[in-house]
Structures are given as structure tokens and as C-alpha cells.
Design a protein around this ligand. Sequence first.
Ligand code: SAM
Length: 251
Amino acid sequence: MSPVWQVDVITTFPESFGGFLDVSLLGKARAAGTVDVRIHNLRDWAEPPHRVTDDYAYGGGPGMVLKAEPIVAAVEELRGSDGRVVLLTPQGEPLTQARVSALAARPHVILICGRYEGVDERVRTLVVDEEISVGDYVLSGGEVAAMVVIDAAARLVPGVVGDAASLVGESHAEGRLSHPQFTRPEELRGQRVPPVLLSGHHARIERWRRAQALHRTQRRRADLLEGRELSAEERQLMAEFPPCETEAPGS
Ligand code: SAM
């Protein structure tokens, strides 16, 4: 069986990915061949004998810049006919579930990890299709950002999450947060599991969960509901089931 989703990562620190690739869902998906992640050392495309991948910034200033030539050469060798080339950068478009989903739907994604002061601007103009930021903060390198993209997208590749029903209703899948979850014991330090969850009444539990998801979204991330009217049914659900009382301290 040919892999469903292929990812090539270009990095100056390939060892960062140790462990991450082997555990849990991603480890199983790689073992099953559903996801194929290949980590490449940028130095392999740098000029011998020293294989230097960075240089001083034109115009001066502190810090080094990743050179364009090895990155462009790596992309040109790895891209093939179907590679979507993504630069990880704090200056990129924010990573959202919609972007994750779009990347998971591509057969082949190439992730470029920057370091130091970033990458030579000509990488963007010559080979990059898309620039992605994992948040409004600055990481030391693109490796952690690449892991975020791989982890979030791989679980959307068909067959990776065993029970696809668990993806339905997840936070951000439908423009809202998910409902609170409970497991045993029924009572912990005076906090009881909401009785409806113990009722065995599946339709009622489903309604309770939808109501809690809406309450939680309204309370924590009202921005996700902006631009859309709650339906009469949703408003009715929220009135029928008030917010669950086990919000975290300070929330
Ligand atoms: N000088 C750059 C700037 O101010 O925009 C920041 C460079 S950062 C120290 C080094 C590398 O980490 C970047 O080239 C990028 O690959 C990665 N990185 C840092 N923050 C990131 C973020 N929020 N999202 C994605 N990649 C990020």
C-alpha cells in the first residue's frame, strides 16, 4: 500500500524529531504506512567540505541567517510533482484547523524549519507556497512548529484515528470548543460527575454535550461564534442545560 500522506521536513536539527515520530497515533500510522514522515538534514545540500548552512545578515546586526541555496536545492530535489512547500515562520498565516485540514488533504507536504534570525528572504520568493505560524510568539526554530503541523494534520488523514467518530465534535472541528469530559471516579473531592452522563440516556447525553460545548465556547472563545447566529435549537439546548459547574479555577 502506498502512503496516504507524505511529509518531508528540512531542518538543521534532525535529532529534534527523535521520539516524537515513534509514539502514539503517529508512531502507529508510520508503522502502518498511512503516514510517511522523512526528516532531512539541510547540511546534506550545503556546499562541501564544510557544509555551512548559515551566514551573516547583509546590513549587519546580530544573529545568523539560513542560506537560500541549500534550502532551494533541497526543495527542488524533494518536491516532485505534488509537493506543497510550507515555510514555518512567526510571520506566516496563523495555523487553524481549516489550514491543518487542507494540508492533510494534500498527498505530499514539505516543511522548511528556520533557525537563528530566520531564512534568506529569497527562499520565500523562489520555492515557498505557503507560510505558517503556530502562534504569536517566537520559537528558537521551526522544528517544534513542524511537529505541531504534522501532529495536527496526521490525525485527520483517513485511517490514522481508529474510530473516526472521535474526530466529530472535537474542538475547532466545527467552529466551537468541545464539551467537558469525565472518567472514573464518579466523585472526586466533593466534585461529582454530572448525573446525566450516568443516566445511560444517549440522546439526552448528546443534547447535554452540545449545550455544554456551546456554553464553553461562548464563555471562553466568544470570537469563534462571531458572525454566526445561534439557531433556535441551540438556544433552546443552552436554556435546557445550564453550564456545567466544574469549570477550572479562575475560568
Ligand atoms: N527573526 C525572526 C522574526 O522575528 O520573524 C524569528 C526567527 S525564529 C528565532 C527562528 C525560526 O523559528 C524561524 O525561522 C521559524 O522557522 C521558527 N519559528 C519561530 N516562531 C515561529 C512560529 N510562531 N511559528 C512557526 N515557526 C516559528
